[in-house]
Design a protein around this ligand. Structure first.
Ligand code: NAD
Length: 496
């Protein structure tokens, strides 16, 4: 797949900032064009929310974050880009004109996509010199968490462009859904608008308040929609006879005068006032940023729940994590000085790693030293093929010692000493350091046992892995034995 290193973003509002966060947190450098003097602050806040959400969403080794630069001219965002995503205000004339400018400035072979919620791509590409490289990639808010991106080509969009856009979005952990036909509003917005129209009528006619309508969704069908959508749920509702029975039973009701979908209530001051008042009452004192974080936490909970089922949005998350793990193990680390403790893992303390005390939560220590252990395995030849054969090391014992508090945002790294190894075991000693000033934050002593997972038993490692480990042990033999190594937990006075 082609490598997209730099993404040019046109517009850095709600959606543009979301793209900036998703791209940057997936290792892409981002250049955002937005004239808003507050753009940097706003994008920074969205990035912070995204970091927090992503660090709660997954334990997989995230890609090193890319940089975000803000510029004022469309050309400055377009020139060096390997992919362009436009998220300008939903005005056809503005988008068409600025897309044509970006098209002139960008390299001719790169894809230019638009986040438009419903404008037709055939019209947006009209003024472009290279319309074949234009496609709609319609995301959902928050872009950094929602998997769906609807892809819709216009009359002059090439098949290759749609393929390349889909591949890029997939590499960001998204689920591209290709439209078969070009239509206003695409698929999801048409569905959401139908619901929205009905909701406005229900408020207008005093049938229900904003909060009651939301309750009707979130305690009911909304829970099912999150994983099965409408058709599959109705199929089940038809009982053993499935969809045919469901349609026989409920089909005739479609002709009853239930809906007012073809009409829109007059959005006069009275209705607007009512909607705003009810929405204010529903939200209470919650701020928008607070609601955003609540929304993100709930989305994370749903996606994690679905990941355990390997279903719907959870399958997308699972595939994304597998890609991250595969990338992290894709090659041996650069040859380090074997005679010193090996510096094999560096990271930053993410907001989601912090517990109620404001310090790094215990499980994250295991995660961080776990990555260092994985890197050591790769160094001695335990690769993906070896693991796919069911062979590898399991951690059978860990002793963590916490030396200093570890705070959010700190850059940390791990050094690893190999205290010993035999045909089946490795005795490791990890030290976790604050990178900025070299303070020792924690240590973790571990025993790793080599296993044949298919046979469910311990067994000797492959000869070359044993030999690599033996070389490491010999090279590090001169290092002083760490003070905490072999220490037991007891109430007796501590030695040293
Ligand atoms: N908000 C959503 O939920 C949502 C969801 C999916 C898609 N979209 C689509 O995404 C696009 C952007 O929507 P949004 O909600 O982010 O809007 P927004 O108003 O939050 O952001 C638009 C940004 O464009 C910037 N801008 C205006 N003129 C510009 C110019 N000449 N050059 C560069 N930047 C300029 C503005 O300063 C602003 O930051 C729209 O096409 C919208 O339909 C929105």
């Amino acid at each position: 797949m082609e490598r997209v290193r730099t993404v040019g973003l046109l517009g850095g509002g709600v959606i543009g900032a979301g793209w900036a966060a998703r791209c940057a947190l997936n290792g892409r450098d981002v250049v955002v064009c937005d004239p808003d003097p507050e753009a940097e602050r706003k994008i920074g806040e969205v990035l912070e929310n995204a970091r927090r959400a992503l660090s709660r969403l997954t334990l997989a080794p995230l890609r090193p974050a890319g940089r975000i630069r803000i510029v004022r001219e469309i050309e400055a965002a377009a020139e060096g880009a390997d992919f362009i995503q436009e998220s300008l205000p939903e005005q056809e004339a503005l988008k068409t004109a600025l897309l044509a400018r970006a098209d002139r400035a960008a390299r001719p072979e790169i894809v230019i996509a638009s986040s438009t919620s419903g404008l037709l791509p055939s019209r947006l590409q009209a003024a472009m010199a290279h319309p074949e490289r234009f496609v709609v990639g319609h995301p959902f808010n928050p872009v950094y968490l929602m998997p769906l991106v609807e892809i819709c080509g216009g009359a002059r969009t090439s098949e290759a462009t749609t393929d390349r856009a889909a591949a890029f979005y997939r590499s960001l952990g998204m689920h591209p859904l290709r439209l078969r036909k070009e239509i206003d509003g695409f698929i999801a917005d048409r569905l959401m608008e139908a619901l929205w129209r009905e909701s406005l009528w229900l408020v207008h006619d005093d049938v229900a308040t904003a909060a009651e309508i939301d309750d009707a969704i979130r305690f009911g069908p909304g829970l099912r929609w999150a994983f099965m959508g409408t058709f599959l749920i109705y199929r089940i509702a038809g009982g053993e006879a499935g969809m045919r029975h469901f349609m026989a039973q409920f089909g005739p009701a479609l002709k009853w005068p239930w809906t007012k979908l073809m009409e829109v209530p007059e959005l006069d001051d009275a209705l607007l006032g009512k909607i705003v008042e009810q929405s204010d009452a529903q939200a209470g004192s919650a701020s928008i940023r607070g609601l955003e974080r609540l929304r993100d936490d709930c989305l994370v909970a749903i996606l994690q729940g679905l990941r355990a089922q390997d279903f719907a949005g959870g399958s997308v998350l699972k595939a994304y994590e597998e890609a991250l793990y595969a990338e992290a193990s894709g090659g041996r680390p650069a040859a380090p000085d074997l005679a010193q403790p090996l510096r094999l893992h560096e990271t930053r303390v993410e907001p989601g790693w912090i517990d109620y005390n404001g310090h790094m939560t215990e499980s994250r220590y295991l995660q961080v030293v776990g990555y260092a252990t994985d890197a050591l395995f790769r160094l001695v030849g335990v690769d993906a093929a070896y693991q796919a054969a069911g062979l590898g090391y399991y951690t059978v014992e860990t002793h963590l010692v916490h030396r200093r508090e570890v705070a959010v945002g700190e850059a940390i790294h791990v050094t690893t000493q190999v205290l010993g190894a035999d045909e089946k075991r490795i005795h490791l000693f990890h030290s976790l350091w604050r990178t900025e000033d070299g303070t020792l934050l924690a240590t973790a002593e571990q025993m790793q046992l080599h296993v044949d997972a298919k046979a469910s038993r311990a067994c000797p490692a492959r000869a070359d892995i044993q030999a690599a480990l033996a070389r490491l042990v010999a090279a590090q033999h001169h290092l002083p034995r760490p003070r905490e190594a072999g220490r037991k937990i007891a109430l007796a006075p501590l030695a040293g």
